[in-house]
Design a protein around this ligand. Structure first.
Ligand SMILES: NC(=O)C1=CN([C@@H]2O[C@H](COP(=O)(O)OP(=O)(O)OC[C@H]3O[C@@H](n4cnc5c(N)ncnc54)[C@H](O)[C@@H]3O)[C@@H](O)[C@H]2O)C=CC1
Ligand SMILES: CC(C)CCC[C@@H](C)[C@H]1CC[C@H]2[C@@H]3[C@H](O)CC4=CC(=O)CC[C@]4(C)[C@H]3CC[C@]12C
Length: 369
C-alpha cells in the first residue's frame, strides 16, 4: 500500500501496459509502489480503462506506440527510471507471421534496450516466459524444475524462439553503460501459463463449453501437470523485482526468475475446471475421449487447413501440432529463487486467486448457471 512518508520521485514505463498482464502490472504499481511519481503506459492499443486511473496521485501518461518503432520507444523511455517490458506478440496459433512475431518480440526488445542505453535509463525488467525453456521439440517433461535444472531448450516455433532470443538480449545487456556512464541492470521473469481476470484463452474455453451445452471434453490425460500462475502474483513479482533491482543490482542483475505461486499442479484442463466448474461447466470423461494419435492427426489437419486457407481467410483454431505438444508435455516449476533473491512471497493465496478468477468468469455474459 502507498506509504505517505515516501517521496514520489520515480518514473516507470510499462510497455504492453494494456494487455492481460500489463493491465495488472499497471494497477499493481499504482497500489503498491509508493515512490511512483509518473507511470507511462505504452501500448499499440490503449484501453479506455486508463482514463479512470488519471485522477489519483500518480501521473498516468498513456502513450499509443509501437515497440518496433525505435524512435517511439526512445521518446517513451526518455526520463524513465525503470522500464517494465511486457509488450509482446503472444501467438502460438499462427495468427501472425513468424516475421511479425520476431519483429515485435525481438526487434521490439532490442529497441527497448537501445532506448535505455541512449537515454540513461538504468533498470529494465523483461517479461520472458517459461517457453524459453520448454516444453522442447522433443517433448521432454520438465517436472517441478527450477532455474538451474538442466533441460535441453530446443525450439522451432517462432514464439518460444523469439522469446528466447529477446531474453538473451536483455540478459546480455546487463552491465552495459547507459548515457551518463552508469551500468544498465536487467533481469527477466519467466511466468508459466498465466491465468486470472482477463485471460482470453479461459474466455474461449468458457464460451466453447457453453456452446457444447455446458460440457468440455477431456483431450489431455489428467496426469500431465502444467505450470500455472495467477496474474496478480505475476504482476506483484514485476513490481517487487523492479523495486529491488534498484537496491540489489549486484545480486539480481542478469538473472532469470520463474514466476510461481501456490497454484496447484494439475493438467491444463483440470486446472481450468477449478474456475469453469463453479460456473456451471463440467469436464466429461476421466480419460481423453479422442485417442492421442487422432488428436495429432486433427492438429496436423488444422495446420494444413490454415496453410491452404491463408490466402482467403485466417483459420487459427486452438488445436495445432504446437499447442497439442505443449499441452501434452508436463512443465511445472518448483523454486524459491525469487524469495531468496528479493523476498518475493505471493500476494494472493491460491484461494484468493481462484475466487477472483471464478468471479470474473461468472461476470462474463451468459453464465451457464
Ligand atoms: N499469457 C501467458 O500465459 C504468458 C505471457 N507471457 C508474456 O507476458 C507478456 C504479456 O502477455 P499477455 O498479457 O498474455 O499478452 P497480451 O497480448 O494480452 O498483451 C500484450 C500487449 O502487448 C501489446 N503489443 C503487442 N505488440 C505491440 C507493439 N508492436 N508495440 C506495442 N505494444 C504491443 C498488445 O497490444 C498487448 O496489449 C508477453 O511478453 C508474453 O510473452 C509469458 C508467459 C506466459
Ligand atoms: C489440445 C488442446 C486443444 C490444447 C488447448 C490448450 C492450449 C491452447 C494451451 C495449453 C498450454 C498453453 C500454453 C502454456 O500455458 C504456456 C504459454 C506460455 C506463454 O508464454 C504464452 C502462452 C502459452 C504458450 C500457452 C498458450 C496456450 C496453450 C498452448
Amino acid at each position: 500500500m502507498a506509504d505517505s512518508t515516501e517521496v514520489r520521485e520515480l518514473v516507470y514505463l510499462v510497455t504492453g501496459g494494456c494487455g492481460f498482464l500489463g493491465e495488472h502490472v499497471v494497477r499493481m504499481l499504482l497500489q503498491r509502489e509508493p515512490r511512483l511519481l509518473e507511470l507511462r503506459v505504452f501500448d499499440l492499443h490503449l484501453g479506455a480503462w486508463l482514463e479512470e486511473l488519471k485522477t489519483g496521485p500518480v501521473q498516468v501518461t498513456a502513450i499509443q506506440g509501437d515497440v518496433t518503432q525505435a524512435h517511439e520507444v526512445a521518446a517513451a523511455v526518455a526520463g524513465a527510471h525503470v522500464v517494465i517490458h511486457t509488450a509482446g506478440l503472444v501467438d502460438v496459433f499462427g495468427r501472425a507471421s513468424p516475421e511479425t512475431i520476431y519483429e515485435v518480440n525481438v526487434q521490439g526488445t532490442k529497441n527497448v534496450i537501445e532506448a535505455c542505453v541512449q537515454t540513461g535509463t538504468r533498470f529494465l525488467v523483461y517479461t520472458s516466459s517459461m517457453e524459453v525453456v520448454g516444453p522442447n521439440i522433443k517433448g521432454h517433461h520438465f517436472y517441478r524444475g527450477n532455474e538451474d535444472t538442466p533441460y535441453e531448450a530446443v525450439h522451432r516455433h517462432p514464439y518460444p524462439c523469439s522469446k528466447a532470443q529477446a531474453e538473451r538480449l536483455v540478459l546480455e545487456a546487463n552491465g552495459r553503460k547507459v548515457h551518463g556512464g552508469l551500468p544498465l541492470v536487467t533481469c527477466a521473469l519467466r511466468p508459466t501459463g498465466i491465468y486470472g481476470e482477463g485471460h482470453q484463452i479461459m474466455r474461449d474455453f468458457y464460451h466453447q463449453g457453453l456452446r457444447l451445452g455446458g460440457r468440455l471434453f477431456r483431450t489431455i490425460p489428467a496426469s500431465v501437470e502444467h505450470g500455472r500462475v495467477y496474474v496478480g502474483n505475476v504482476a506483484w513479482m514485476h513490481v517487487l523485482v523492479a523495486r529491488e533491482l534498484q537496491q540489489r543490482a549486484a545480486l539480481m542483475g542478469g538473472q532469470v526468475y520463474f514466476c510461481y505461486d501456490q497454484s496447484p499442479y494439475k493438467s491444463y484442463e483440470d486446472f481450468n475446471m477449478e474456475f469453469l466448474g463453479p460456473c456451471g461447466l463440467r469436464l466429461v470423461e476421466t480419460r481423453p475421449l479422442v485417442p492421442y494419435w487422432l488428436l495429432m492427426l486433427l492438429a496436423a489437419l488444422n495446420a494444413l487447413l490454415q496453410w491452404l486457407l491463408r490466402p482467403l481467410l485466417l483459420y487459427a483454431p486452438l488445436l495445432n501440432p504446437y499447442t497439442l505438444a505443449v499441452a501434452n508435455t508436463a512443465f511445472t516449476v518448483n523454486t524459491d529463487k525469487a524469495r531468496r533473491h528479493f523476498g518475493y512471497e505471493p500476494l494472493f493465496s491460491w484461494e484468493d486467486s481462484r475466487t477472483r478468477t471464478i468471479r470474473w468468469v461468472q461476470a462474463m455474459e451468459g453464465s451457464a448457471r
